[in-house]
Design a protein around this ligand. Structure first.
Ligand SMILES: [Zn+2]
Length: 536
């Protein structure tokens, strides 16, 4: 240890103890006040392109102006984004299995439903092949499609991944884009996904209830990851037995293996599918909202640390217990509120940081991470100047904050920094305990990663030793996730929210002031995106 460091130590200790002394910047109440506005019924669930989302964004902009930060969009605080929407017209659409030349009609909603994330062909008839998890992971020499004849056929797969595949890799290759890339190469014309009963976030009845809700893609065809995919269907696991009849295997056998994340067999099925799909299509406009807080260092101020959160949710849908408004209080008014609260606290403190900070409220997350895809493809600052993204999505302050999950913890030294910041506050840090849920690719950090930018997301986790807390999280997903009851009337731990905000604020500052920009770990798969910037 150098003398200089030795002398600096007492001061450092003082700073650490002052910071870890606790909730110096947040009390949870200001955060909740923002949530209350953003998740109120009059915001109508903040559907991308809706008047409700515009209203929520106008509110965010008014608060950013009040805080005195600079606009960071292309039109003031806004970055307009164009979308194309699709909606299935079920009365003119149908699905059926063909077995031994005979048509067995499927009931839409009960047996299966169309996924409109792809540009469904008006009519498809094709044999079915079961492809297991349907994963192609060249980095681990793993390919579920190998040895199968998929030419002109539809691939049927079960959600999840075998335990031999590393979590982040499985997550990456489970994305619709990566799946289709591999399937297209095999000659397949479409896919049927069966949710893994062991890792379904929400029950089939709720998935199915909103199946006729609109889907969206970015209007620019360069972003179309599923070009050429003619059919996408989600199949009810409770009804999946009929797909397997006559194949020599049963769905129960497959589901039992998939539950344990074991290898599953792959084989042709004894049935074909016949699909007739009618789509209603429209053009839609929405916007990202971006604010900037300039750094103080003459050179580093040209670099940016991004704090992002999606502000959109899923709007108005099928009523559950008489409530049609999907308020999205935790998903993700909660994250947008953290951004507003952090902005206001940083401005109030008057502190300056070496790098500039960028606060990005993205639209279209619920439609497939589309607003962040657009932002990272057309950033409003020099793309090379973005050093890191800290993303917040549904961080769930529903228990005291003792354990923090960091998605992307082991991928970059941004993860190390997050660990330090949290552990200094007595918080236990863990990597993703449920890789089969693919959370790492399921929110906006993923688009930053695809563009080579070290990124992570963090969420409050149940105490691994508390079955009651684990159950609380499971119940939250089953009952409130993407349901009207994710509203303002739910138990929230305000001090956990405040503590989470302290970690976010401290991490953002640590990255902004660090002499080095964050780096991918040498062994991280995602490093390849930094080395070979793609056209993604
Ligand atoms: Zn969501």
């Amino acid at each position: 240890m150098s003398r200089k460091l030795l002398l600096a130590l007492p001061v450092l200790l003082f700073i650490i103890s002052a910071r870890s002394a606790g909730q110096t910047h947040f009390d949870g109440k200001t955060w909740w006040d923002y949530v209350k506005v953003l998740a109120a019924d009059n915001m109508e669930g903040r559907e991308t392109g809706s008047a409700g989302l515009r209203k929520a964004e106008d509110y965010v902009v008014s608060q950013l102006k009040l805080a005195g930060v600079q606009p960071g969009g292309t039109d003031g605080f806004y970055q307009p984004v164009k979308f194309h929407s699709r909606q299935i017209v079920e009365k003119d659409s149908s699905l059926a299995l063909i077995r031994d030349g005979k048509l067995e009609p499927l009931t839409l909603g009960e047996d299966a439903f169309f996924s409109t994330r792809v540009d469904l062909a008006p009519e498809v008839q094709a044999p079915l092949v079961f492809v297991g998890y349907g994963l192609s992971v060249p980095e681990q020499n793993y390919d579920d499609l190998a040895g199968l004849d998929l030419n002109g056929k539809v691939a049927v797969g079960i959600g999840g991944s075998p335990s031999e595949i590393l979590g982040p890799l499985a997550a990456h290759h489970s994305s619709a884009a990566e799946r289709w890339k591999a399937l297209r190469k095999s000659g397949a014309v479409g896919g049927i996904g069966i949710p893994n009963p062991a890792s379904m976030d929400i029950p089939w009845s709720r998935m199915s209830a909103n199946r006729t809700h609109i889907s969206m893609t970015l209007a620019d065809p360069k972003f179309d990851d599923t070009a050429g995919e003619k059919l996408a269907v989600t199949f009810n696991p409770a009804k999946a037995g009929q797909l397997f009849a006559g194949s020599g295997h049963s769905f129960d056998e497959i589901a039992a293996l998939a539950k344990e994340r074991k290898p599953v067999p792959r084989f042709p099925l004894a049935v074909s599918i016949k699909a007739i799909a009618k789509l209603d299509e429209q053009n839609i406009e929405s916007a990202n909202v971006i604010a900037r807080l300039p750094g103080s260092d003459p050179e580093l101020q040209n670099e940016y640390v991004v704090l992002s959160a999606h502000i959109d949710h899923i709007g108005i849908g099928e009523p559950i217990k008489g409530d049609r408004i999907y308020n999205g209080a935790m998903d993700n008014a909660s994250g947008s509120a953290v951004l507003l609260d952090v902005v206001s606290s940083l401005k109030k403190s008057g502190e300056r940081f070496k790098r500039s900070l960028l606060f990005v409220f993205v639209t279209g997350e619920e439609k497939g991470l589309l607003g962040s895809r657009y932002f990272t493809s057309y950033p409003t600052v020099d793309p090379k100047s973005i050093v890191a993204d800290i993303n917040i999505d549904m961080f769930l302050p529903i228990v005291p904050m003792k354990v923090l999950t960091v998605w992307g913890l082991d991928e970059s030294d941004l993860g190390d920094e997050a660990r330090q910041v949290a552990e200094a506050r007595g918080i236990v840090v863990q990597s993703d305990p449920e890789p089969q849920r693919n959370i790492f690719i399921r929110s906006d950090q993923y688009n930053f990663i695809r563009h080579g930018i070290p990124a992570l997301a963090m969420g409050i986790a149940p105490d691994p030793n508390s079955p009651a807390q684990k159950q609380l999280f499971r119940d939250w997903l089953t009952e409130r996730y993407h349901a009207p009851s994710d509203d303002l009337d739910q138990p929230i731990d305000l001090s956990a929210a405040a503590q989470y905000e302290e970690v976010i604020r401290a991490l953002m500052i640590a990255v902004a002031d660090n002499s080095h920009r964050p780096q991918w770990k040498a062994n991280s798969f995602f490093r390849s995106y930094a080395e070979n910037p793609s056209q993604y």
